[in-house]
Design a protein around this ligand. Structure first.
Ligand code: UDX
Length: 482
């Protein structure tokens, strides 16, 4: 390894998505990491080799470093005493007012203060509103720690669930918000294996878009700017999605294809092609919470950010609109059997927090439908929210979900859902109606295979089906219309 690469002793407080991924990745780039969580059972699971989240590459990394350079503990005092840098990666849930609830951050800051006996760099990794940095500083000082014994910095993460490890190790940028040189230098030292390109030379490096010749850049900012960068990034991405969803609705009404329109918009390098996929709306643990929190932050500093309110409103309406589309295809709901593909808030994860799919399934159940649902990873977590029963079945493959269903819904974008055997699917469904909330299929191909195919923002048969016409669809041998 390069002589400039010096291992740093790091404590990561919180073993949720961000904390666990950061811990594994810091170990992967050569540091000594202790990951702390006050949930003893989670710590036990992690120590014994369990992996509480579905994340590509995470099992290999945990396996490689657990018990060597990566330890798990519930003893915050012991973990932070020996650390040079302490990353706070605890939850910042949404409070009733929409603002971020910072009570976990507050509690952790006090606890860190009580165990500090040498200079530490405290790093906000959780998504927090601007000024949190100052609050952490005040809490620590209030607990009797001298000003020159610590620095508080901000180093936001930009990880997407499902690709979090690659996003960390092959970041677009590494944002470091620090007020002192000594703190900025320690963070630079931590990320040096990535920013120097050294990491990508190792044969065992997790593959991704970055390379030795093209390593991630560091952006040094003030702590406040770093805090705002995180909130503003998520808010802008959510805005892009709501924007294209409204454009999709315009396309649908005008008879144009939103996929063509999105391609045309995205080819403008000032706009870019990403996050322009129309669908059933955004979900997950970040966008809904962070858009609300950023709107609240703006309000607190006296700025009206009505745009974000509109982004949220459009997202809610998009789910409702999709539900109306299902109604337009089925006419009535009571007693109908619906196949559902996708429960997580997107493909590639088992996370169902704020999932548009769950919202739609709940509405179907409340209208008297029977649902057969399949998701490659999210069934277990969905069962905690919607228990299995006579009206809600969880099945093990897409065709079991489609079996004798009056319609099949596609609600997230697992690759598997884009590669279905269409003749088999056609035969399996009671009525060959597919309502696709993620535009995974070409409407012409679906029509060729005999499906009534509704999607988002596309013309032709993707227009809402005339319910009377649906009744006259040709019938299958068993009496179902084919
Ligand atoms: C997001 C940010 O991307 C990440 O940088 C941040 O750190 C955490 O929040 P994540 O919540 O994992 O990551 O999901 P992401 O892949 O961004 O998707 C969020 C939601 O938007 C999903 O429901 C997804 O299906 C939806 N989406 C995304 C669209 O509807 N259209 C798109 O074009 C992109």
């Amino acid at each position: 390894m390069d002589s400039k690469i010096k291992p740093v002793s790091i404590a990561v407080v919180g073993s949720g998505y961000v904390g666990l991924v950061a811990s594994a990745c810091f170990a992967e780039i050569g540091h000594h990491v202790v990951c702390v969580d006050n949930d003893e059972s989670r710590v036990r699971i992690l120590r014994e080799g369990g992996i509480p989240i579905h994340e590509e590459h995470l099992p290999e990394l945990l396996e490689r470093y657990r018990g060597h350079t990566l330890e798990f503990t519930s003893d915050l005092r012991a973990a932070t005493q020996n650390a040079q840098a302490i990353f706070i990666a605890v939850g910042t849930p949404q409070s009733q007012t929409g603002s971020a609830d910072l009570s976990y951050v507050d509690a952790v800051a006090s606890e860190i203060a009580r165990s500090m006996d040498s200079y530490k760099v405290i790093v906000e990794k959780s998504t927090v509103p601007v000024y949190t940095n100052e609050w952490i500083r005040r809490v620590i000082e209030r607990n009797g720690v001298a000003k020159d014994m610590f620095d508080v910095t901000s180093n936001p993460e930009f990880l997407r669930e499902g690709t979090a490890i690659v996003d960390f190790l092959h970041a677009d940028r590494i944002v470091i918000g620090a007020a002192t040189e000594i703190a900025a230098n320690l963070l630079k030292q931590i990320y040096f294996p990535l920013t120097s390109g050294e990491y990508y030379r190792a044969a065992s490096a997790v593959p991704g878009p970055r390379s030795e010749q093209d390593p991630p850049p560091i952006l040094l900012t003030s702590t406040k700017a770093a805090e705002i960068i995180k909130h503003a990034s998520n808010a802008l991405l959510a805005t892009k999605i709501s924007f294209i969803n409204v454009v999709a609705n315009v396309c649908e009404a005008a008879g144009a294809d939103v996929e063509e329109v999105a391609r045309g918009i995205g080819m403008d390098t000032r706009i870019g092609p990403k996050f322009l996929r129309a669908g059933v709306g955004y979900g997950g643990s970040c966008f809904p919470k962070d858009v609300a929190a950023f709107r609240h932050v703006a309000e607190q500093v006296g700025v009206e950010f009505g745009l974000l309110h509109e982004v949220e409103k459009i997202n809610e309406e998009q789910k409702l609109r999709f539900f109306q589309k299902i109604r337009s295809a089925l006419w009535t709901f009571r007693g109908k059997k619906i196949g559902v593909l996708g429960l997580a808030f997107k493909g590639g994860t088992d996370d169902v927090r704020e999932s548009p799919a769950l919202d739609i399934v709940k509405r179907l159940l409340s209208e008297g439908c029977t649902v057969s649902a399949y998701d490659p990873a999210a069934a277990a977590r969905t069962k905690e929210v919607i228990p299995p029963g006579p009206c809600m079945r969880y099945v093990d493959d897409p065709y079991a979900a489609a079996q004798d269903a009056d319609a099949l819904l596609i609600l997230n974008d697992w690759q598997e859902f884009a590669e279905l055997d269409l003749p088999k699917l056609h035969y399996t469904l009671r009525y060959p109606i597919v309502i696709d909330g993620r535009n995974l299929y070409d409407p012409a191909t679906m029509t060729k295979h005999g499906f009534t195919y509704l999607s988002v923002g596309r013309p032709g048969l993707s227009q809402p089906l005339d319910p009377v016409a649906a009744f006259f669809l040709p019938r299958r041998r068993d009496g179902a219309r084919t």
